[in-house]
Design a protein around this ligand. Structure first.
Ligand code: ASP
Length: 348
């Protein structure tokens, strides 16, 4: 039987039309364009239903409110479709792809985010390939994950980062192997894919409502007072982007003190590296252990996008600071790699 997929168009370059002010999303335009292209009627393609959001947004305007809208939309259509494609602007696609896995609990069908660097209406565009292949993957392969497909790579959503503002290979997954590759064939690397949930109930939406979380990139010369300001009320969680394997300025006693005091007040501070690749290990250097002593917790190899989404999510579930701290360092949705001695998989 021909598979059917649900396409949610949230906005972004892929479906934009040319205007006198530059490209902008226009209601109804993407659907019309797809209807006029014979490739989408090819018998190899799944049946699809497209749903345009109102308003269509540039993804720089995304927020947790929109994530919830997308998650609820998928849940409402979950039973009727084999897979889901979310068309999204590239600028914050990795953030949405990091948040949705936490929000869609019990997901057993593929949810694939994609977009493009050049709109579908242009002759020379990456939109056609990205869209067609994402639709084929969503229809053919029962991948029980939120993924991001772009420029022939299928990535785990919560491992993805935007690494190129102008190239067709705009996304990467620095700390986790690709879930699939689109070449002459579409190959899914099943060994990298999460196991399907044991109970295949309907997907349940867990809302993200908490947003008193921030990310801060360390740099040489950062003043303790600046960090103190960020860590003052109402903040609940901070993703600290540190150097190398999780190091910070241990000789800046004021800064370490500020971190320590915030942790004592219950702020959760998570150590993620500025380096795209590698895993935080706060025992390697004195500059790392000083952060650990201040109560900063290990974010292992999480991307900043994933660490932010996870912190939002955990606080939204009303866990207290201690519980959030414990769960941050657990592998909940394949978003982090733990050292082999603690590689148990948790569900939450
Ligand atoms: N600014 C656009 C957006 O993120 C860029 C894109 O779609 O590629 O919506």
């Amino acid at each position: 039987m021909r598979k059917s997929i649900y396409v949610a168009y949230t906005g972004g370059t892929i479906g934009m039309a040319k205007s006198s002010d530059g490209y902008k999303p226009v209601t109804g335009y993407l659907e019309q364009l797809m209807a006029s292209m014979p490739e989408f009627k090819n018998s190899i393609m799944p049946r699809y239903e497209i749903h345009e959001y109102e308003p269509l947004i540039d993804s720089s305007n995304m927020s947790p409110k929109w994530w919830l809208h997308i998650a609820r939309d998928i849940a409402a259509n979950y039973a009727a479709f084999d897979g889901f494609v979310v068309l999204h602007g590239t600028d914050t696609m990795a953030y949405t792809a990091s948040a949705l896995p936490f929000m869609l609990q019990g997901l057993a069908k593929p949810v694939i985010l994609t977009g493009s660097q050049i709109p579908l209406c242009e002759l020379r565009s990456d939109a056609r390939e990205n869209l067609i292949t994402a639709m084929l993957i969503a229809a053919r392969f029962a991948i029980p994950e939120v993924c991001l497909f772009f420029g022939n790579r299928l990535l785990r959503g919560n491992r993805s980062v935007k690494v190129n503002a102008i190239g067709f290979n705009a996304f990467s997954s620095p700390n986790y192997p690709d879930l699939g590759t689109a070449g002459i064939n579409i190959d899914i690397h099943w060994k990298n894919v999460l196991p399907a949930p044991e109970q295949k109930h309907d997907v349940q939406v867990k809302a993200i409502t908490e947003s008193r979380v921030a990310a801060l990139r360390l740099f040489p010369g950062m003043a303790a007072q600046v960090v103190e300001n960020i860590l003052s009320d109402p903040i609940k969680g901070l993703v600290l982007e540190t150097y190398g394997v999780g190091n910070g300025p241990s000789n800046n006693k004021d800064l370490i003190y500020v971190l320590e005091q915030a942790v004592k007040r219950g702020v959760v501070v998570i150590n993620c590296s500025q380096c795209l690749q590698g895993i935080v290990d706060m025992d390697s250097y004195a500059t790392g252990s000083a952060l650990a002593r201040a109560g900063v917790i290990n974010g292992y190899d999480m991307t900043t996008e994933a660490a932010l989404a996870k912190t939002f999510y955990l606080f939204s579930r009303n866990f207290d600071g201690e519980q959030v701290k414990r769960k941050i360092s657990e592998n909940l949705r394949g978003e982090l790699t733990l050292p082999v001695t603690d590689s148990k998989f948790h569900t939450l």
